[in-house]
Write a protein that binds this ligand. Structure first.
Ligand code: ADP
Length: 162
């Protein structure tokens, strides 16, 4: 029997309800989903890779979502091949995401022609939501209720002392 393994890669710094919305949709479509946290990005992350992985694991458990959580560095396609994944899942919020995502998808196709990128749209309630915006709003004392799981809010409070 053919099993479709999909990877949902990202920074997840931190995971938001928009990311979770995509995970919820993706677990329904694929036999196995791996949420893969990118380690070697140039941006200095707020949360360490281990902190991000731990948070995501706990939240997926709380939400009864059966996805594996892992980290990767280097080329996504190399990681996908190692995991025997056929699909890369990416979220598209608005037209502004499209250009960058298209560029990446086509480069990944060139590097790994057997791997297909699948774009998924979150609920419109999350279509303006990004990790960066969450970090900024929280930093300046704005409410992020309903935008991130409560564990993320607690961890932000612990990290930024608000
Ligand atoms: P990256 O640095 O790889 O863009 P992110 O953690 O910001 O990592 O995002 C990972 C993936 O999730 C990307 O495909 C991004 O478009 C998508 N994404 C981010 N925020 C949302 C959201 N609110 N709704 C749907 N998809 C999202």
């Amino acid at each position: 029997m053919r099993r479709i393994v999909a990877i949902y890669p990202g920074s997840f710094d931190p995971i938001t309800n928009g990311h979770l919305d995509i995970v919820q949709r993706a677990v329904r479509l694929f036999d196995e989903l791996i949420v893969a946290v990118l380690v070697n990005s140039d941006k200095a992350p707020l949360f360490s890779a281990q902190e991000r992985v731990d948070m995501i694991r706990t939240i997926l458990q709380q939400e009864a979502l059966s996805a594996r959580v892992d980290t990767f560095e280097g080329l996504l396609v190399t990681y996908a091949k190692k995991q025997k994944a056929q699909v890369i899942v990416r979220g598209i919020r608005a037209i502004s995401d499209y250009e960058y995502e298209l560029q990446m998808a086509l480069m990944n196709r060139r590097l790994g022609p057997a791997i297909e990128t699948v774009f998924m749209m979150p609920s419109e309630a999350y279509s303006y939501l990004s990790s960066r915006l969450v970090r900024e709003v929280f930093k300046f004392g704005g409410s992020i209720e309903g935008l991130v799981p409560s564990l993320v809010e607690q961890q932000l409070r612990a990290k930024l002392g608000k």
